[in-house]
Design a protein around this ligand. Sequence first.
Ligand code: ATP
Ligand code: MG
Length: 249
Amino acid sequence: MGYTIALAGKGGTGKTTIAGLLVRILKERKSGSILAIDADPNNNLAEVLGIKISETIGTILDDVAAHPDEIPAGMTKDRFIEYKVQSAVYEAQGFDILTMGKPEGPGCYCYVNNVLRNVMSKLIKDYDYVIIDNEAGLEHLSRRTTRQADTLLVVSDATPVGLRAAGRINELAGELKITIRNRFLLVNRYDKDLEKEKIKNTGLDMIGQLPVDEQLTKISLNGNSLMELKKDAPLLAKLITLGDRLCKS
Ligand SMILES: Nc1ncnc2c1ncn2[C@@H]1O[C@H](COP(=O)(O)OP(=O)(O)OP(=O)(O)O)[C@@H](O)[C@H]1O
Ligand SMILES: [Mg+2]
């Protein structure tokens, strides 16, 4: 069973960046297979890792809906979709990545979620590490795409709004009885004057704080990959020091 780290937090706090950097750190520093899952319907994890993907669970569902005649005789539609999704796992250098995406058109994406949940529970067994980037907010918890993580890593900035959101995510994770072994708070773009009380109010154990990184700002503005961040970049260096605690079972 792969060691699973799921990221959560308010919009724009740095979930995707940190998910991407964790993939990079695991790839460069640990032996073992890695699966990155982009479970945000507005996906961009592959992009920040420098990969162009053409298939997502969303596009597969659109394809199957448009060409139902392609479902082989004797195979159910669900089984066919599952098979197509498993073969859409993209093999990058040093890690694999699966992107949820969303089907075209308005409405609920419950179905794409169900497919992700089913496929995920099978795929997790085939890897040593699984990193799941989620959309902002709490929805992924109630939809239970985050249901069996070893570590829930709640990312927040140092603002009261971000920290309150982190606290709510922690409460909901507790109420939903999701099997999560560790829940940590990671403060990104930290403020040296951040009061301990505000951190304590989230109910989470703070694993550390990450600095604003000028190198990352440039990389992000140019649309370049996180793989280009230099090894001594403050953000990467700090995250490496937290890595061992994150992966402790
Ligand atoms: N420590 C940091 N230093 C500098 N820039 C950062 C830092 N952390 C994140 N950023 C930048 O902030 C922006 C938002 O980060 P990111 O996309 O990782 O957030 P997110 O939580 O995934 O957002 P969303 O909720 O929209 O998915 C990006 O442009 C990223 O490069
Ligand atoms: Mg994101």
